[in-house]
Design a protein around this ligand. Structure first.
Ligand code: GDP
Length: 178
């Protein structure tokens, strides 16, 4: 029987950037227009990445800002992170920068698997506040994966979670090379 590997991933970012919508598209394959602030929810899904089967436990959080103190439960036992901002909110882009540095400090400045997601890419160019290039540069500076997505149009929503699983394996395997 093939081995099922367990991975626990946390979705972090400023409020209203689309964390719950991305999780919901990934888990149930649908988009909800309404805005219902999350306290914290955990979802479980089995998925195949390459030839391997994974049990992904996804923690959707309430949303953070620059002043949030990250709880230990976001550090201990967490394999990877999806940091989400909205391409229509410069503030949310600043918040992911602050979250990344807090995670990096809390995890003892070790390499960590991160996928940076610029969500709401379906919205018009006039409402954009963060260019694609700025997102990519930020992710490059972290050595992270970068994607733009739309939970509304279901662009890249599966890809985000496949990427984070691949990134967890990549970072794990690269420890031996250091
Ligand atoms: P969260 O607070 O980060 O979990 O954000 P939500 O998932 O609750 O989404 C906040 C609002 O943005 C809701 O009204 C969603 O319908 C909307 N939303 C989320 N993702 C997208 C997206 O990709 N495109 C558009 N146009 N709206 C989105």
């Amino acid at each position: 029987m093939p081995l099922v590997r367990y991975r626990k991933v946390v979705l972090l970012g400023y409020r209203s950037v689309g964390k719950t919508s991305l999780a919901h598209q990934f888990i149930d394959g649908e988009f909800l227009e309404c805005y219902d602030p999350t306290v914290e929810s955990t979802y479980n899904k089995m998925l195949m990445v390459g030839k391997d089967e994974f049990h992904l436990q996804l923690v959707d959080t309430a949303g953070q800002d620059e002043y949030t103190i990250l709880p230990h439960s976001f550090i201990i036992g967490i394999h990877g992170y999806v940091l989400v901002y909205s391409v229509t909110s410069l503030k949310s882009f600043q918040v992911v920068k602050s979250l990344h540095s807090k995670l990096y400090e809390s995890r003892g400045k070790t390499r960590m698997p991160v996928v940076l997601v610029g969500n709401k890419a379906d919205l018009s160019l006039e409402s954009r506040q963060v260019k694609t290039d700025e997102g990519r540069k930020l992710a490059d500076s972290w050595g992270a994966v970068f994607l733009e997505s739309s939970a509304k149009e279901n662009q890249m929503t599966q890809g985000i979670f496949t990427k984070v699983i691949e990134e967890i394996d990549r970072v794990d395997n690269s420890y031996g090379e250091q």
